[in-house]
Design a protein around this ligand. Sequence first.
Ligand code: ADP
Ligand code: GLC
Length: 475
Amino acid sequence: MKVLYVSNEVAPYAKVGGLGDVAGTLPPALADLGIDVRVVMPLHRQCLEHDSYEVALPALEANMGRRTCTARVLTNTLPASSVPIYFIEYDQYFDRPEIYGEGGKDYPDAAERYAFFARAVQALPEALGFDADVIHANDWPTGLVPVFAREQASAPTIYTIHNLAYQGQFPREKAAALGIEPGSAAMRAVLRDGALNYMAAGIRTATLVSTVSERYAQEIGTEQYGDGLEDLLLARSADLHGVLNGIDYDVWNPRTDRALPVNFSAEDLAPKGECKAALQAEMGLPVKPEVPLVGCVSRMAWQKGLDILAEVIPEAMKTPMQFAILGTGEQDLEEKYADLDKAYPQAVAARISYDEGLAHRIYAGSDLFAMPSRYEPCGLGQMISMCYGTIPVVHATGGLADTVTEHGDQQTGFVLEELTATALLAALRRAAEAIADDIGWRTIMLNAMRQDFSWNQSAQRYKELYDLAVSRAAD
Ligand code: ADP
Ligand code: GLC
């Protein structure tokens, strides 16, 4: 089985959120199952800051209708694996300060950037002599990949939805510059409500569609979660699969994590207390072992419910409780947390930045991890925190509902059925009470640390989907 895995983000080269983590860690797990998988992404400026690369192809032509763009293809292998990754180098589109755009907005030529990328991806297998059996595309920047694959009658495709809220919508007048002809099948696939919609195009044309948890796969067929595309998703429900993400235990492992001041494990939990003290000191919070410390590492976006967390902090901290927050994103949320940090220096420390090392120390050093997301296709933060015995407080939605339970002797976290400030405050208070019971708390921590969020099972599920896609194409 030969698979070309396509993503706009791949960690560690260029990452904004969980998509990057998934694209950087699923392919090696697929390779372990004997799949010949290769990854392709645009050569973003961030990729160059990370490493240097060899030239795989000096010239790859991408046909954009009225014009042909010639790209260079660079290559390397994904860290700690033998999975080849290809970078489409086309500086006019991708040598930019940010991956998507600045100030929370996509760059104005986003339609062209990702139509070009999809055309380049379409041309890549033949140019490399890599006869892909399946092309696996991810999220809206790759939504045209299945469209062009169908147009060229090339390999069957899988399109994975990581976040339905970001669809890649553009004025239909752009179509001509993308080489999408009026009246063509490609045009019909990409038009939605009078505009171009790359997400809709991927959903309509891929051989199979998947998303990153079973629960989200169910949810997106409803008006509440479908972001206006629920009819398309329902129409494809027989081909829509939910496959939970995994995480990379080489990166997220309290036994070996080099970002921590000391390491710990389920068998030796005591050093976690040192991680907490060091985190309190690093964040400028009073070093108090008895005060519950709530961590949060997140994109600051409406999705994440951080406005609701901000609302309850002044009340929650009276318990007492401390908060260590790391994130960047929407300006109003960044300001809200900067203000809380200023107003309550004894209880709230907010770092408005992207910082991998600090993220590790927050996952490890906190008692609780807040993820009150309005919706969450999968969520990696709750899985990562559980590995470190840091107990998630989550809203029962999407992957959070599939991975965290507050029930019985298997409890791994605290779960809000409804996302309201009152419910969040109540959950934080339940958690603070539970922490006070040493033996009970230890059981919850060990339950959380025992969970297996490795890629093993999910990589196997993708393998089955690849087989299914190939058999569909043969029908
Ligand atoms: P999403 O993809 O919606 O952002 P996920 O929970 O799937 O949410 O993945 C988020 C990933 O991004 C996690 O690996 C998290 O640790 C990381 N992350 C988010 N914000 C930051 C930040 N400010 N600094 C470091 N890592 C971050
Ligand atoms: C998206 C989702 C997140 C998911 C990630 C990786 O960014 O918001 O829930 O974990 O993609 O699939």
